[in-house]
Design a protein around this ligand. Sequence first.
Ligand code: CIR
Length: 279
Amino acid sequence: MDYKAVNFKYEYALVCRDIPKTIANGLSIEDHEPVDLNKTIQEQKDYIDYLKQAGLKLIEIDAQEIYPDCVFVEDTAIAIDNKIFISNPGAESRRGEAEAVTSKFEEHSKELGLEICQVQNKEESFVDGGDVMFTGREIIVGLSKRTNLKGAEELGAFFKDIPVITCKVFEGLHLKSSMSMISPDLILIGSSQPAQSCRQQIEKKSKFLDHYRFVNVDEDQNGSANVLSFNDRLVCSQSFQHLYSKMSDFKNATSLSNDELKKIDGCLTCRSVFFNKKS
Ligand code: CIR
C-alpha cells in the first residue's frame, strides 16, 4: 500500500474530553512552576474546539483522576489509518491509561472497521506514542527512557507493511519532543546536539532520505519542534511562534496555547490520536 497517498488526511481523532483535577501531579523531567488547573482546562477546551471546527469527528474519553497524565492520549495508542496499536507506556504510573483508550476504540471498532492490537509482552515491551513518528513513508521509533527495542519490534510486527527504523533519544522526554512532521516529508527538528544526533541516525538508516527535508527551529526549547499537522493544517504552540522564521509559510498557521501542559512535558501532538475508518 502506498502510505504516501494518505498524506496525513484524517477524519477522526481520539481526545480526552476534560482535564483531571490531579493534572498538577503529572510526571515531569524537571522542576517547574505549578500547573494552573483552570488555564489547563482552557487549553484543552481550545484544542478540542479547534479540532472540531477543523471538521474532525471526535471520539472522547473521560479524564480519570487516578491518572494525572491521561490527557496525553498519544502515548497510549499509535494509529495509522484504521490500524490502532495500543501501547504499553514506559512510565509505570501511566500503564493503566491504556485500558480506557482500548475500550473506547473497541466500542467503535465494528462501526469504523478498526483493527486493534495490544502490546503482547507487557513485562518487557514498552512504547510511548510520543516516541513514534510516522513520516508518511516509514515509522521512526525513538528509543528513550519510555520506549525500548522490544516495544519497537512489536509495533513493527503490527504495522508490517510499513518500514520501521529506530533512533536513540538523548534529550527530552520523547522523540517527538524534538521533532515532528510539518507535512509529509518535511520534518521540523531541534537544533541542539542531541536532536541533531537523532537526525544523523535517521540519515544513516532511512531509505527515504531523498524525499525528506529537515527544517531547524530557531531555538531549542522544551517541545519547540513539536507541531500538529493534519488535513493541510498546521498548529504550533503560541509561545513558540517566533521560532519558525525558516518556515516561510508558517505564519499562516494557527497557534494554540500549550503553556500549562508543557510544564509537565506535554507537546501539541500528545493530546490526540488521529485515525481513519476502514476505506
Ligand atoms: C509524561 O511524562 O508522561 C507526561 N507528563 C507528558 C507526556 C507527553 N506526551 C507526549 O508528548 N507524547
